[in-house]
Ligand binder design. Structure first.
Ligand SMILES: CC(C)(COP(=O)(O)OP(=O)(O)OC[C@H]1O[C@@H](n2cnc3c(N)ncnc32)[C@H](O)[C@@H]1OP(=O)(O)O)[C@@H](O)C(=O)NCCC(=O)NCCS
Length: 150
């Protein structure tokens, strides 16, 4: 497997939108993709968003933001449907965990029925700590997961 990662810039906003929309199209209840230019540019400023590249081709995104050395929040993991089931989601998540390895705590949320994503997060060491109804205001619940350093 030859994945690499490239930091997305503002100029990549349409590419990020298209990759995340395509990934979300399979399970729109599980993953809320940003639609508008403003939303995506805000996301690119707030988060470190990376393009997941298979050879020279973008096949997905990963995103996280950090608060100093204390906390990392994982905001996104998306692989386009034509490339899923090949271990890329797991590989990309392991890469994210490497990037944030010195940060004390990592957190994320996932839809309880998103078993493929949940499986990846548990595999890299996250633990389920809670359940929030209507987390994003979309009427759907989310599980809260945390991974502590060490
Ligand atoms: C979730 C997502 C990133 C997974 O990407 P992926 O590249 O398919 O992930 P992997 O290939 O590493 O698969 C992870 C595991 O799920 C299994 N799996 C993958 N697709 C599957 C499917 N359709 N049905 C059942 N199992 C599946 C894999 O076999 C693997 O199992 P293993 O741990 O036993 O090896 C991708 O499906 C996606 O982008 N979904 C939409 C966006 C989303 O929901 N993101 C997460 C938001 S919190």
């Amino acid at each position: 497997m030859s994945l690499s990662y490239r930091k997305a810039t503002e100029n990549d906003w349409e590419l990020v939108r298209d990759l995340e929309k395509e990934a979300a199209s399979v399970s729109p209840r599980f993953f809320l993709a940003y639609e508008s230019e403003k939303e995506i540019k805000d996301y690119l400023q707030k988060d470190q968003v990376f393009l997941v590249m298979e050879d020279e081709q973008p096949v997905g995104t990963v995103a996280f933001n950090t608060k100093g050395q204390e906390l990392a929040h994982i905001d996104g993991l998306a692989i386009v449907p034509s490339c899923t089931g090949k271990g890329y989601g797991t590989e990309a998540m392991r890469w994210v965990m490497d990037q944030i390895q010195n940060i004390k705590k990592a957190e994320l949320v996932v839809h309880p029925q998103n078993s493929v994503a949940l499986r990846i997060y548990l595999k890299v060491g996250f633990k389920i700590i809670g359940w929030k109804d209507n987390y994003f205001g979309d009427g759907e619940p989310r599980l809260e997961l945390v991974k502590k350093e060490g």
